[in-house]
Design a protein around this ligand. Structure first.
Ligand SMILES: Cc1cc2nc3c(=O)[nH]c(=O)nc-3n(C[C@H](O)[C@H](O)[C@H](O)COP(=O)(O)O)c2cc1C
Length: 353
């Protein structure tokens, strides 16, 4: 399909049939195992990786892809930094073809700067540019960016219009239910974005005021899905593979993004995919397998960040994996003493068996 033509024609997105809420598990499995599009980008299935600052770096995304995430996304980067080609910002936007299809995410409030940054995201090789209108960090909210923009759907429409004009890859949005529990703007925002040419919207089912705590309200994703024709994905509270299936059934969304549920547990992608295909009883990984995968990620981080930064990140990244093994506290104490990759290899061999 011609990318430009598809971008300009929101009908190119085949909206997924509604009424998932009423479907039985086998029905859901059948429907969601088929391929579908986000704009002209094909997703093999609906289980995707949610963007997470400090986590979804290049080695992490490659790993999640290997475990079956159908779409991966960088963490949010300030559009201002991208537009002035700041070294750290461009580093976050490092990508390679193995992670195709992948999205690069930017945030900002100025349409011109967002358009310039989006051009750079495209130039870096990303298949989608994702605009962040969800971030609850105070610094961003004070600048009128991220989640602050959910209070102003027309402003989001203007930004999307500018970005859609600037790039030939599909433009997607990451939003929340609204600024707070008593102001739900997600449907208005999704409609404004659709009218401006966005290819998909991804709804984190919490308000900005909630940040990351409190139960997600999956029903808001269903309301957004019923209000637009473009693809709708969502996230929030998927901790186990079964939750992903429940999310898709309850919301009727075209996709579900897994966030914290995959930290230390990339197997969740395989398990969720298997459930969608009607397989049950997937065996959990053995400790040895967990160790091998952790090592793969850490070796990637050493290559990507270099020794100093990789060592600083090591305890946190590896403890997400170690919490699944029985001697967690001994591992946690020992990992703080690690000074190089070989020492870490020995530690993994000792604790993951
Ligand atoms: C540590 C952390 C960092 C996050 N960073 C981003 C980000 O950079 N961009 C974004 O759109 N969402 C970000 N999110 C939100 C996630 O993409 C996701 O929507 C949210 O965590 C809900 O899913 P969960 O409850 O399954 O974790 C972040 C979430 C966490 C926990």
């Amino acid at each position: 399909m011609n990318i430009l033509a598809a971008q300009n024609d929101v009908r190119a997105n085949q909206p997924f049939p509604l009424a998932e809420a009423a479907a039985t598990e086998p029905e859901v499995a059948k429907r969601f195992s088929s391929e579908r599009n986000v704009g002209p980008v094909r997703l093999a299935h609906p289980i995707t990786l949610a963007p997470m600052e400090e986590h979804t770096n290049h080695p992490f995304r490659l790993l999640m892809k290997e475990f079956g995430a159908s779409l991966v996304c960088t963490e949010r980067v300030d559009a201002v930094d991208v537009a002035r080609r700041d070294r750290r910002a461009l580093r976050i936007l490092h990508t390679t073809p193995q992670e195709t299809p992948r999205a690069g995410q930017i945030s900002g409030a100025d349409p011109v700067t967002m358009a310039e940054a989006a051009r750079i995201v495209e130039e870096r090789g990303f298949n989608l540019v994702d605009l962040n209108f969800e971030c609850p960090i105070r610094r961003l909210l004070n600048r009128g960016e991220g989640g602050a923009l959910l209070a102003d759907p027309p402003a989001i429409g203007r930004i999307v219009t500018a970005v859609v004009r600037a790039v030939s890859i599909p433009v997607t949005l990451k939003i929340r239910s609204g600024p707070d529990g008593s102001h739900e703007t997600a449907t208005l925002v999704a409609r404004a974005a659709e009218a401006a040419g966005a290819a998909a919207v991804d709804v984190h089912a919490r308000s900005v005021a909630q940040a990351y705590v409190g139960g997600p309200d999956w029903d808001v994703v269903g309301r957004v899905k019923r209000s637009v024709r473009i693809a709708v994905l969502g996230s929030g509270g998927v901790r186990q593979a079964e939750d992903a299936l429940g999310f898709l059934r309850q919301t009727g969304a075209d996709g579900v993004a897994i966030g914290r549920g995959c930290l230390g547990n990339p197997w969740i992608f395989r398990q969720a995919r298997a459930l969608l295909q009607g397989h049950t009883g997937i065996r959990p990984p053995l400790p040895r397998e967990r160790g091998q995968v952790l090592l793969q990620l850490i070796e990637g981080e050493f290559r990507y960040y270099g020794l100093q930064v990789a060592l600083r990140r090591l305890p946190r990244t590896s403890c997400y994996f170690a919490k699944f093994v029985s001697n967690f506290s001994a591992f946690r104490t020992a990992v703080h003493q690690v000074r190089d990759l070989n020492a870490f290899r020995r530690l993994v061999k000792e604790h993951f068996r």
